[in-house]
Write a protein that binds this ligand. Structure first.
Ligand SMILES: [Zn+2]
Length: 390
């Protein structure tokens, strides 16, 4: 044994070594504390182009999305189809696994898998969902539940509440058991159950905007019986996606450890299924405003990563001719369904440079997980840990 008393020269490096050991964890802290993942459902690059052209300066206009410094492409086919549906694509974005169409966070053989959002929750992050369709719809649901089919809506609603997600904002009053006229919860409804478990329930824009954000607030806001309206025909009682995003950030942003918020511009897809450009562009511009809110938040809250992407393209939309002023634009649609096109990925914040080039859709949450310090992702769920809806 070395006697340190007799060798004082060795004490300095030793003390330094101990100091380094003690301080390494601080240096090795994951770069990302907050994640705002934003999904434009069905949002292809031509949809974005059309939304940009629709603004005042025509093709010279700039969307908030256009200001994001890092961009890439996502290859999004599903396990059993070149053209993915929203369930398989959401599963890929939420869990890092490719699966068959219609499946929510389950592998083709039924094995349940865990979303990055649920893993973040387990590690003490706050979590939140904002959507403009029912919160039981495929994209939000894949982040919260595991099901063999996206159509098991009632069970999906029950399972969503079990996750104790801090913020749930969107449509879906009917399945959660509200009276369709008064929007008050029925006695034995899921909304009442949520209230008993500590959620604050709001059902209109005033309720959401006037709400006092308290430190332990858990927020359930359901604003329409089914999906919310398109932006251009939105009722005044419905909040905008931007308002929902702002409120969600106020709630989840209170957690000093950080948060994972998913915001879906859900109805870009719906409008593209019906080949109606006015609705599509209205919802895309509304989504882009919510992206602006997310970017503003990230600029004032270091450690916030914003990733904007789409699950797939819908409609095979394309601009065929026109004037750069945007006064004359001719366009066409290839389909009333989804297409197999690659979709864009945009990133801002720490680690944003990881989202460049052409990537598989499943890589997106894995990259996010690594940046958050969640390294045991993607993850299969042990069978006794969860009940799969089948
Ligand atoms: Zn669709």
């Amino acid at each position: 044994m070395m006697n340190l008393q007799k060798r004082p020269w060795i004490q300095v490096p030793l003390i330094l070594a101990v100091f380094v050991l003690l301080t390494v964890p601080a240096w090795a802290e994951p770069p990302v504390k907050n994640v705002i993942m934003m999904i434009g459902d069905g949002m292809g690059i031509n949809h974005i182009t059309a939304a940009r052209i629709s603004l005042e300066d025509g093709a010279y206009s700039q969307l908030n999305i256009d200001t994001m410094p890092y961009t890439g492409f996502s290859i999004n086919f599903s396990n059993n189809d070149l053209v993915t549906d929203s369930a398989a694509a959401a599963t890929a974005l939420a869990t890092g696994f490719r699966t068959d169409n219609k499946r929510l966070a389950t592998l083709p053989d039924g094995t349940p898998v865990k979303s990055i959002m649920l893993m973040a929750k387990e590690r003490g992050f706050s979590t939140g969902i904002v959507a403009t369709v029912k919160i039981t719809d495929a994209t939000p649901a894949a982040f919260l539940v595991q099901a063999d089919s996206r159509s098991f809506e009632k069970t999906i609603a029950e399972d969503i509440l079990k996750t104790e997600t801090d913020v749930l904002l969107g449509g879906g009053l009917d399945v959660f058991g509200a009276n369709p006229f008064t929007k008050e919860p029925r006695t034995r409804s899921l909304i009442n159950q949520a209230i008993q478990e500590g959620y604050t329930y709001v059902f209109d824009r005033d309720g959401l905007m006037n709400l006092e954000v308290t430190p332990d607030l858990k927020l359930l806001g359901l604003f329409m019986g089914g999906d919310m309206s398109f932006e251009i025909t939105r009722f005044n009682i419905e909040p905008t996606i931007t308002e929902m995003t702002k409120r969600a950030l106020e709630v989840v942003g209170q957690n000093p450890q950080g948060f994972f918020l998913m915001v879906e511009g859900s109805k870009i897809d719906r409008a593209s299924h019906s080949n109606t450009p006015a609705e599509m562009i209205g919802d895309l511009l509304a989504f882009d405003q919510a992206v602006g809110v997310a970017l503003d938040y990230a600029k004032t809250h270091p450690g916030t990563l914003v990733v904007v992407t789409a699950d797939h393209e819908t409609g095979g939309f394309g601009i065929t001719s026109g004037d750069p002023s945007g006064d004359v634009v001719n366009y066409g649609w290839l389909s009333t369904g989804h297409t197999g096109a690659m979709v864009p990925v945009y990133a801002y914040g720490p680690g944003a440079e990881c989202f460049t080039g052409t990537m598989q859709i499943t890589e997106i949450p894995v990259k996010i997980g690594k940046l958050m310090g969640i390294t045991d992702f993607p993850a299969i769920i042990e069978v006794d840990e969860v009940e799969v809806t089948n």
